[in-house]
Ligand binder design. Sequence first.
Ligand code: EPZ
Length: 425
Amino acid sequence: MEYLRIKGQQKINGTIRINGAKNAAVAILPAALLTEGIVKIDNLPKITDIDKLVEILKALGAKVSFSEEHLNIDSSGVDNFSPPPSLVNKFRASYYLMGVLLGRFGQVKIPMPGGCNLGPRPIDQHIKGFTALGAKVELEDGLVKIKAKNLKGAHIYLDVVSVGATINIMLAAVRAEGKTIIENAAKEPEIVDVANFLNAMGAQVIGTGTDVIKIQGVPELGHAEHTVIPDRIEAGTFMIAAAATKGEALVAEVIPKHLDPIIAKLKEVGAHLEVGPDWVRVKGNNMLFPADVKTFPYPGFPTDLQAPMMVLLTQAPGTSLITENVFEGRFRHVDELKKMGARIKLGGRTAIIDGGHELVSAPVRAMDLRGGAAFIIAGLISRGETVLAGVEHIDRGYEHIEKRFKQLGVSVERNTISNEIFPGK
Ligand code: EPZ
C-alpha cells in the first residue's frame, strides 16, 4: 500500500505549469466514441481516471495510441455497448459512457458509477434527460440498461444544477434527431470545453457556459483535434497551498477567468495576488484573516476546493465559516483534520473553524481526491512529519502529486508499506 510522508513547516516556493482539466478530460475521452472518425486529444493529465478510461475504450473496440503528448483514438471499430463492470465502477466519470453509447448505438448496459464518497450521488437527472430523449431506462441487478429506438430532441429542465447530467445529456443529444434544449444547465468551464470538442467533430452545440444549452442533432460526426483546457481545481489547490504555507507560487498556463472565485477569496484572507494573461502569482502573508466561504456551482466558489480552503482557514486567527451547498457529505476530511489539532465544529452543511492554532502532524487517511490534497497542505504547515494513506484517491486527479509539489520547492515523499501501520482498509 502506498502512502505519502510530508515534512512539516515547509514553504511553497516555485513555478508550476498546470495540467489539463480532469473534469473536462474524463468527458472528452468517452465523447470520442460518438464519432466514426479519428480524434487527437492533447494536454490530457496523466492520472488514473484517464488510464481507466483508455482501458475501457480499448475494451469496447477502439484503437488508442499515444504519440508524444497526444492521444489518438479511432472508434470506427467500436461495436460493444457494455463496458467491463470491473473498470466502470471504480470512478464516477464512467457515467459519461451512458450518454455516448446511447448516442452512438441507441443502447448501453453499465453498472452504477463509483467515485468519491461525497454523500449520495444520484443520477436521476441524467436519467430524466435520457428518458426525455426517448430512451427506456431500467435498473436491473446493479446494472443500468438504457435503450432507445431512435433518440429525438427534447426540451429538458434540470431540477438540480448538475455538471454530470448537463454533459451526459449533451453527449446523448448531439446525434439525436432534431433540437434539444437543456435549461437550468450547469455553467462550468469544463462543460464549454466538452462542447468545443463536440463541435470540432461536427456537432452543433451552442450556449454552454450559460444555463440554457441548445443542441441541433446531426446524423454523424467526423475527425477532430482538441487541446484540453487547464485544470482550475489543480491550479486552485497550489494557490491555496502557497497562501497556507506563507510561501510563493507562480501558477502558469491557466485561464485566470476560471480562477476568479479563488482569487477573490485568497485576497480576502490576506494573500497577495498578481494576475497575468495566463498565470497567477500568489504570495502568502504572515497575517491571515478569517473568511466565510460558500460553495456553489460555477461561477461560485468550487466545492472541489472546499477542503483545501478549510486547511488555510485553520491558520487565520478568528472564526471562519464554510457552507457546503453542493454535496451533503463533503465534510469527511474534518475528523482527520481535527486529529491534527484543527478546531472545527460541524452543524449540518456548515463548518465553524476556530482558526489561528498550530496544526500537529498525525497519521491521516485520504477518503476522497480533494480531501487528500487538503491533507498534503495540512502536512506542509504542521509541526512534525505527517504520514498520509489513501494516496490512490489523490492519484485519480493529481498527476504525480509528490513530483508536482517538489517543483514547488517542498518535499513530499511517496513510500510503500504493508498494512501493519494502517490497519483496516
Ligand atoms: C462533477 O461531479 C465533478 N466530477 C466533481 O468533481 C465536482 O465536485 C462536481 O461536478 C460539482 O462541481 C466530474 O466532473 C467527474 P453534480 P458530478 O452532478 O457531476 C446532485 C472532483 O473532485 N445531483 O454537479 O457528480 C448531486 O448529488 C470531483 O474532481 C442529483 O441530485 O456533480 C450533488 O448534490 C468530485 N441528481 C449536486 O447535484 C443527479 O442526477 C451536484 O452534483 C446528479 C447530481
